[in-house]
Design a protein around this ligand. Structure first.
Ligand code: PHE
Length: 451
């Protein structure tokens, strides 16, 4: 069976596809406002340190598991030690939960892009536009369905012809757009102050919550603990240096996040007359604040269009990785043909996306633990399942199969320079960090502390 497994053609294909998964809404919308909230430069510094230690360890561990076993999450854990197959099942659950609601947001982005293209940018900047759009029944469902179908076409075409090809076109464009808009944004009159606010370390904002917030963001941003990196690792050829490939994905992901901040923070600053709290608009930043910002800047229509193209690309490559992971798991477990599996997973996703969408309109009266469907799915996957899966993965590598199994795989074709760091992190530091993330996000959800 393994002989027939699809693969990326080489390192570039793998790196761009994995970076495509990692770079998503989290980089463009969430990172900038977290950085602005948690002390600017100090948040960036903490984030960078965590990326090369904590993030690196978790990512290389997952990719190596995938490449070693040549299987997606469930099969991979089973093959390494069948008593721990449950970690694979838990990991598989995460993309199944995330993909439907991620597609709802992807649909919103698509709708905004089309609004900007069709001359309705001014309407999109009106108060109440966003709420009234997501509160409808047919429209959001239409857009999310288009988004899901777009994702499905790429997955249907396969690893090399679909995912790799699309990533090789979209990812370089994404870099160009991000850097281009960032340069435009920081050259707006009055933007320097915003840039300084974003980059200058503000130590008075530093606290333990800065570290926890950075850790949580990093973890989500790098698409860890949901079997994605295991699946993509399983498509990797043996000749590629794992350490270099993982470092490049991290540089890509972190670089785009930092540039996204330069694109958004100074522009919002100029728009709000230096009011830092405007950046901190949370989820509304992208759909409520930014259209207003575009409306107020010179060339705003063009910038707005380019911005939503960029976000759409970022969201698409991430949703492709989610769907691919589900399809790959289904194929490995049930031995279905990839195309058949893709069609079924697509139908399933279309159906599962309905409650997340209707939760803002028709079904807004239904709440789970006080949350809308979308928020609840987001909470269950990101705040609960992901830290749990990552914690078990560390324990599994550190104490069950032992780090040597992974480091041997990494050293197959190149020296492993950060081996000591890897072992120390995976056995001791990362599991502790993950428990802290888990506890803090539960407390946060219960409203006990607000991060
Ligand atoms: N890594 C993506 C981001 O930064 C988020 C994501 C999570 C993508 C889960 C795919 C799956 O937005």
């Amino acid at each position: 069976m393994e002989k027939n497994r699809s693969s990326f053609s080489g390192k570039l294909g793998f790196v761009l596809a994995a970076a495509g998964s990692a770079v998503g809404l989290g980089n463009i919308w969430r990172f900038p406002y977290l950085a602005a909230k948690y002390g600017g430069g100090i948040f960036l510094l903490v984030y960078l340190i965590l990326a090369v230690t904590f993030g690196f360890t978790l990512m290389i561990g997952e990719v190596a598991i995938g490449r070693k076993t040549g299987l997606s999450a469930i099969g991979a854990f089973k093959k390494l030690n069948s008593k721990f197959t449950f970690i694979g099942y838990l990991a598989a659950l995460v993309p199944i939960i995330i993909l439907p609601y991620y597609s709802v947001i992807g649909g919103w982005v698509f709708k905004y892009l089309v609004s900007f293209l069709s001359g309705q940018a001014a309407a999109a900047a009106q108060d109440g536009y966003f709420e009234s759009f997501i509160g409808q029944t047919g429209q959001p469902i239409l857009w999310q369905s288009i988004f899901i179908l777009g994702t499905a076409v790429v997955v249907f075409l396969g690893v090399e012809k679909g995912i790799e090809k699309v990533s090789k076109v979209l990812m370089p464009l994404l870099v160009l757009l991000t850097v281009g808009i960032a340069i435009y944004s920081i050259t707006l009159p009055g933007a320097t102050e915003g840039l300084i606010y974003y980059l200058k370390p503000n130590f008075s904002h530093f606290s333990i919550t800065t570290v926890v917030a950075a850790m949580g963001q990093l973890f989500y941003s790098m698409s860890l603990a949901m079997g994605i990196m295991i699946t993509y690792g399983s498509y990797m050829k043996r000749g590629v240096s794992l350490e270099k490939a993982v470092s490049q994905i991290e540089i890509f992901d972190t670089g785009i996040a930092i540039f996204a901040g330069m694109m958004i923070v100074p522009a919002v600053f100029v728009f709000s007359g230096g009011d830092a709290s405007a950046v901190n608009a949370g989820p509304g930043l992208m759909f409520i604040t930014l259209p207003k910002v575009f409306g107020s800047m010179p060339l705003g229509l063009v910038v707005g269009i380019l911005f939503f193209v960029l976000v759409l690309f970022a969201a698409l490559t991430s949703s492709i990785s989610l769907m691919e992971t589900i399809v790959s798991i289904v194929c490995d477990r049930l031995h279905w043909k990839r195309r058949f599996a893709t069609v079924l997973v697509t139908l399933f996703t279309l159906a599962l996306a309905l409650p997340s969408s209707l939760g803002f309109g028709l079904w807004s009266g239904i709440k789970i633990l006080g949350m809308s469907f979308l928020d609840f799915f987001d909470f269950a996957s990101n705040s609960l399942l992901m830290p749990i899966v990552a914690f078990f993965t560390c324990i599994f590598i550190g104490y069950v199969i032992k780090p040597k199994t992974i480091t041997d795989e990494i050293k197959l074709n190149s020296p492993f320079r950060r081996e000591k760091l890897f072992v120390l992190m995976i056995k001791y530091i990362a599991p502790i960090c993950l428990i802290i993330i888990l506890i803090s996000s539960i407390l946060n959800a219960l409203g006990i502390i607000v991060i």
